[in-house]
Design a binder for this molecule. Structure first.
Ligand SMILES: NC(=O)c1ccc[n+]([C@@H]2O[C@H](COP(=O)([O-])OP(=O)(O)OC[C@H]3O[C@@H](n4cnc5c(N)ncnc54)[C@H](OP(=O)(O)O)[C@@H]3O)[C@@H](O)[C@H]2O)c1
Length: 316
């Protein structure tokens, strides 16, 4: 018997065809999300950019089409800070199934004061985490209609050094912007790992995967007219940082792999190869505090309550 051929190593520049599939990328108009959308568009899939500003979405779609003329793109108006609007968002998609959603959009504040969403949630926890919980619920029927859909959550290095305080998830007592950001990313990751455990327990074909971009700087990112420009001076000054960090085009690689690679499994964490900061995607071990079921169990209930959705998310 001839042995099965080994699958070739993953090549970020030679992605498999995904013709016939459809993917939604939140925050697909800028930064890492833009490059995730651009790279996925080249696979032949329908790519939906979930973004809050029609003009920025249009500019991103024009930039993608200038590089991928056959790109099949749509814009879904999406403001993750407005939970009521997120709940009805699937109606505007015009799709009968969704093969993957990438929970990429995010906000990272540098300075106090503590800010809140329309719904009264701390802004970073509200947009990065609760907005995506509400979105998962809204998309549940479309994700369930695909044979083996994926929910890809974009995590962060910043979550490594943080811990969730179950009594202060909204940073009312302890608000320090960078730490509150790190905790919002940890909440996203912890929830995503718990979602995968619950999906596996039900024998679901849906996968929940976490991927992170390492350290991805605008100043190391190639220009895209109408979307991103960095002056020559800025790019030159950033060159030393390029030894350790990367551009947002490369930051997209682990996320795109988590969407496309048939070898990816639910509950996995993907990130860049070199110190988790730059380079080609590789599988990483998740830290124990990210996968603690006791922490995640409390977070689950608080998150579904905060997002105003049922604990079964329409998936369990
Ligand atoms: N860059 C890094 O080194 C790094 C490291 C670890 C993790 N990450 C994660 O990677 C993801 C993307 O980061 P990035 O660096 O590409 O950020 P970015 O360039 O600031 O882009 C953020 C995206 O999120 C969107 N967004 C913000 N608030 C939103 C809302 N209320 N509703 C809908 N969309 C909203 C933005 O839309 P607008 O254009 O409308 O503002 C934009 O498209 C984030 O989840 C971030 O936490 C980044």
């Amino acid at each position: 018997m001839t042995p099965a051929p080994l699958s070739p190593p993953w090549d970020v520049h030679r992605l498999p065809s995904a013709a016939g599939k459809s993917f939604l990328v939140t925050g697909g108009n800028a930064g890492i999300g833009y490059f995730v959308a651009e790279q996925l568009a080249a696979t032949g899939a329908v790519v939906v950019l979930g973004c809050r500003d029609r003009g920025r979405a249009g500019a991103a779609m024009a930039a993608i089409r200038s590089r991928v003329p056959a790109a099949r793109l749509r814009h879904l108006p999406l403001d993750l800070a407005d939970l009521a609007s997120v709940r009805g968002v699937a109606d505007g998609l015009g799709l009968d199934r969704l093969d993957a959603v990438v929970h990429n959009a995010g906000v990272a504040l540098d300075d106090p004061p503590r800010r809140t969403t329309e719904d009264g949630h701390e802004l970073m926890f509200g947009v990065n985490h609760l907005g995506h919980v509400a979105l998962t619920r809204a998309l549940a029927p479309l994700l369930s209609a695909a044979p083996a859909a994926r929910i890809v959550t974009v995590g962060s290095f910043a979550a490594r050094s943080e811990r969730l305080d179950p009594d202060d998830l909204q940073s009312l007592r302890d608000y320090r912007p960078s730490r509150t950001y790190g905790r919002s990313k940890l909440a996203q990751m912890s929830f995503a790992f718990e979602l995968d455990r619950r999906l596996r327990a039900r024998g679901s074909t849906l996968l929940s995967v976490v991927a992170h971009p390492g350290g991805a700087l605008d100043s190391l990112t190639p220009p895209r007219p109408g979307v991103h420009a960095a002056s020559r001076g800025t790019r030159l000054r950033a060159l030393p940082a390029g030894l350790l960090l990367q551009g947002k085009d490369a930051g997209a690689w682990p996320i795109v792999r988590a969407v496309l690679d048939p070898r990816v499994r639910g509950g996995q964490l993907w990130g860049p190869r070199a110190f988790g900061l730059r380079g080609a995607p590789r599988l990483e071990p998740a830290r124990a505090h990210m996968t603690d079921p006791a922490v995640a169990g409390h977070l689950w209930d608080a998150s579904c309550d905060g997002a105003g959705v049922e604990a079964h998310l329409g998936l369990l």
